[in-house]
Design a protein around this ligand. Structure first.
Ligand code: SAM
Length: 336
């Protein structure tokens, strides 16, 4: 989800890879970054020489796309990783609640590994911490391995275990201690520049132009992968994401999962907004939740709050969707 055409990228986002580098000493150790002048918003990055510290994701920064980031020692050593802001949402959402620490997590659809390495960076500094990363494509799994090796180095190489396999063929009983999941399956990619529709194209009449059959096919495949994740024995948080702007692949997949006979009654619900980057203003499309909320506006709003959206370019990067499923304590069962 980071394949952004450099010429079209409004901002180049990068994060300090906290697996390898300390955010406290990063700037004093890296002259290239130290000389950049801090600004308070991405709109102020109209030319090179400026840096914006993101308000939403820790250790994430925005700079001008023409900065020579990829030739810096920090980049070459894997101490910084280029990753679109919205693509950082899933790893952060999974790990943002300090009262809900994960030790073992699964990245179901991992290559090239941006979300894998980001998720790994939040795990406790312990030999027990591990991300199991699955990728079914033989070429892409090699890219995944290279990226993970670069991000962890030899010292932390056991932090990520990559497997060339179809995630849906994994046995639930083989992963009894995995509590957190990042599920970022293949999608239409309609949030990636060039392929994106403008937000105004949400209107119903425009939907006729969309290849609904293709989207519904993708949605069926996305549903299957997320459902597999929701059925792991110790699973308590699953973050589903796409770089699609279409509700077919986003809110509608979420609604289908919450009303699925095998999922219903297992305690899953959508997380509340306060644990899903609360200050990010753009949430799920609430009208898509009407069926779950029996028309109750407040419930629609609450459910939509468990999802975040990003509009391509307007929100400083790719178009994106993420929803956070949780299973814990006293849950209000949705979709009864
Ligand atoms: N999460 C990645 C990142 O942020 O770098 C991007 C993932 S990309 C959107 C989807 C990936 O999932 C593709 O590499 C695809 O080959 C893989 N994939 C699709 N279905 C899969 C499955 N059933 N099991 C494992 N990998 C799968």
């Amino acid at each position: 989800t980071t394949d952004v055409d450099e010429d079209e990228t409004p901002i180049r986002w990068f994060r300090i890879n906290t697996i390898k580098a300390s955010p406290e000493t990063f700037f004093e150790n890296n002259e290239f970054f130290q000389r950049l002048q801090p600004v308070n918003s991405i709109d102020e990055i109209t030319e090179t020489g400026f840096i914006y510290h993101d308000d939403y994701i820790p250790h994430l920064y925005g700079i001008h796309p023409r900065e020579k980031l990829t030739s810096t020692p920090a980049y070459l050593k894997g101490e910084v990783i280029i990753q679109d802001r919205a693509s950082c949402f899933p790893g952060y959402i999974l790990n943002q609640d300090p009262s809900d620490v994960h030790i073992e997590i699964i990245d179901a659809c991992a290559a090239p590994g941006n979300k894998t390495t980001h998720s790994a960076s939040f795990l406790p500094d312990s030999p027990d911490s591990v991300v199991y990363a699955f990728e079914r494509d033989s070429k892409r799994v090699k890219i995944l391995r290279t990226m993970c090796e670069k991000a962890t180095g030899k010292a932390k190489q056991n932090l990520i275990q990559t497997t060339h396999a179809d995630f849906t063929s994994t046995k639930h009983s083989d992963f009894p201690n995995v509590t957190g999941f990042v599920v970022d399956p293949s999608c239409s990619g309609s949030g990636i520049f060039g392929r994106a529709l403008e937000d105004s194209q949400r209107e119903e009449e425009q939907e006729e132009d969309i290849d609904t059959e293709r989207l519904n096919k993708l949605a069926g495949f996305q549903f299957k992968i997320v459902k597999h994740a929701l059925l792991f024995p110790a699973a308590r948080k699953v973050v589903y994401s796409t770089c699609s702007i279409h509700p077919h692949e986003n809110e509608r997949v979420v609604v289908d999962l919450l009303t699925d006979p095998e999922i219903k009654g297992k305690g899953w619900r959508l997380e509340t907004r306060d644990n899903v980057i609360p200050s990010w203003p753009r949430r799920g499309w609430k009208e898509e939740f009407t069926v779950l909320a029996h028309g109750d506006e407040a419930i629609c709003e609450e459910l939509a709050g468990g999802c975040v959206r990003a509009v391509p370019k307007e929100d400083g990067g790719i178009g994106f969707f993420a929803a956070c499923f949780v299973k814990k304590g006293e849950t209000t069962q949705i979709g009864k």
